[in-house]
Design a protein around this ligand. Sequence first.
Ligand code: GTP
Ligand code: MG
Length: 833
Amino acid sequence: MSIRLALAGNPNCGKTTMFNDLTGATQYVGNWPGVTVEKKEGRWKADKEIRITDLPGIYSLSPYTLEEVVARDYLVGEKPDAIMDLVDASNIERNLYLTTQLLEMGIPVVVALNMMDIVEKRGDVIDVKKLSSLLGVPVVETAAVKGKGTKELVEAAKKAVSAGKLPPQHEFPENIEKALQQITDMIAGVTEESQRRWYAVKLFERDQKVMARFQFSVDTQAKLEAIISAVEEELDDDAESIITDARYQYIGGIVKACVKKKKTGMTVSDKIDHIVTNRILALPIFALVMFIVYYVSVTTVGTILTDWANDGVFGDGWHLAGYGAGAYEEAGSEYETQTAYRDAWLAAAEEGGVDVSAITEQLEAEEPDADVLAGATAALAADASAADIVGTAAFEDEETGTVTEEAVDFGMFETAMAAEEPDPANYGIWVPGIPVLLEGALGGLGIADWLYSLIMDGIIAGVGAVLGFVPQILVLFIFLALLEDCGYMARVAFIMDRIFRKFGLSGKSFIPMLIGTGCGVPGVMASRTIEQERDRRMTIMTTTFVPCGAKLPIIALIAGALFDNAGWVAFSAYVIGVLAIIVSGIMLKKFRMFAGEPAPFVMELPAYHTPTLVNVLRSMWERGWSFIKKAGTIILLSTIVLWFLQSYGWENGAFGAVENIDNCILAGIGNALAPIFAPLGWASWQNVVATVTGWIAKENVVATFGQTYGFAEVAEDGVEIWANLQASFTAVSAYSFMCFNLLCAPCFAAMGAIKREMNNAKWTCFAIGYMMVFAYAVALMVYQFGGLLTGELSFGVGTIAAVIVLALMIYLLVRKPAKADGAEGLRKMSVQA
Ligand SMILES: Nc1nc2c(ncn2[C@@H]2O[C@H](COP(=O)(O)OP(=O)(O)OP(=O)(O)O)[C@@H](O)[C@H]2O)c(=O)[nH]1
Ligand SMILES: [Mg+2]
């Protein structure tokens, strides 16, 4: 017989950590409240008959936000066989508040005192036996991160289920008890006995949602009201506070009897918070942290790894453990010197009227014929006019920038002509890249040309370009996991709340954004913790502005190709994302549908703790893996479709495989859309198509460049994708391209999440439309104003358009806010299952 156990408890008490430990799942864990917003099911590793549900954290059973409704509805509606109530033992007083409510639900309860490792470290002592006897339920000590006590917890819960003993009810003060008894009698006919107590308390509190489940006649309603008001009058307080006070008094007694706290001054957490949440220092520290995160993941460590992935694994090949790389590099630079001699002499010869066309023609050919070259060189040796030619080769020292010149006579030229390009495979241990390996394998199979082209120009070029960025993304994810797990991200939300509040926004909107740095889908879902409908909608609309992991390759590509891999580019992308959210928030608040003060933001700051290696690696791997999975599914599919659109088209009046890529269907589509993007400075069909495919998945942007620029051939013809991008963009237009792609509609998956959370077609369209318009406006200003500054544009219609956009934005930013539509803001949105 299967048993259903629910994990319930306050936010951030370790439920998901426990769930992962018990079920082997890899659900998202973070050191701040409100990480889990949807219930998750799993089975106990040790016994598959035991089903465990992880619930969103709740402070009480009076739901205010969507994720709280999820938890309560599960406990009341689906009635698990037992509740494993996780209590953060380092914060026991507040956590027990929920426990007192769970004990009333008519379901067996087992209390887990989690985070016992912290309690022990602090030197506090909890008398577990006494606690258990006072509460009347089993109490198990656990430390979920370390997997301590988790097995015992489930065993205790199993026992509680088979014993079927309900928790004893604690008594409220007499007058309240009397009222509760009367209410219990009123609902005796329509409720199950085990849940009666809970319903009575909720009815006493005038819980609207619970009230709505009963159909009271006018008479009964009046009688109920009379019972409640009588107590309210007697105690001179409202019913809900009366119950709350009574609970805290009861808990106070328990804590006094069971917990011995060691006296301490300021904890380490407090000391750190003193600095990182300091009014003046907080923001610079946050900026510095994010700069380092992006600098390291995009510019330094990430780049080194990504270069290896792109040029090695998905390029020509690489030297195993760097063995032989040094010698190969030396040989390579020697060869470069020789070619410089050669070219210098040839240039001088041409100027001096010596006919060297036979050689230059060969050198320009795709595969120069060595015999022809040797013959032509020999012929020159016999030419008396050639003997006097002396060329000048110039070399620039990369570090100092000083240029040295060397004279090149015919003898040196002859030697240079004989020099051979070094083969990396001759040095150390050379591992060929995947394209090279596949090329060999496919060549041997003798497959059809089109299939060969599909694999090499389509899949390898596209998917390979995306996978090449995996190392950078993993580095970013490690950083995010570290920041989340140690507890710093919770501080950031707190810091940002101070800033957001100045603009009438809530810091709660910032949590979805933090999560969105990894992926926009959970980011959008995290908006559920926001009570007010209008703020929630606004957050859903703007969360995906922040660069997610999949946008990182776009940033890295642009930074590398056009900005010499400058460290500020990636960081600026993050800043633009955050600013876009703030600016949008301020502008949208000026409209009636979003107007109004944000709800107060109350979030407790969790204690800092050292991130666990397992957590960090798991979090990195989970997110990284979903990135890789996407490359194998949606990106793969898109590259196949793109390959077709790119390889076929109408040429010379007939449909078929095209010789000239500019005749392909894809180019046709791109060119048709290009005028729209011309004012943004990047109207080539490749750029337009890359943007459009980005709406399917952001990784597609890079994959599309890989394909349309023939990334797989990078190795053979020496034309790097960077060179293509450099030809297609200027620095300003590239930055405008990046801005547009960061801010415009997110990928299909995120758009789906937006639709689910909005649960309304009109709002979904509005959200996506808004992002598009906003992205266009920003990119337009970047290109037009940037172009004017660099001189690549002159004043024209585009400039005027950009000025109008800027004026409109400033107007919206400084305009007086609209009046709030009181009631509208508070109504709850329903969420599709
Ligand atoms: N020291 C210590 N840390 C723990 C323990 N259990 C969980 N944590 C940490 O506490 C933080 C919160 O853990 P989660 O499992 O996400 O908490 P949750 O209860 O699911 O939180 P919500 O989903 O927000 O309700 C994480 O950083 C965990 O690593 C424990 O027993 N000891
Ligand atoms: Mg959780």
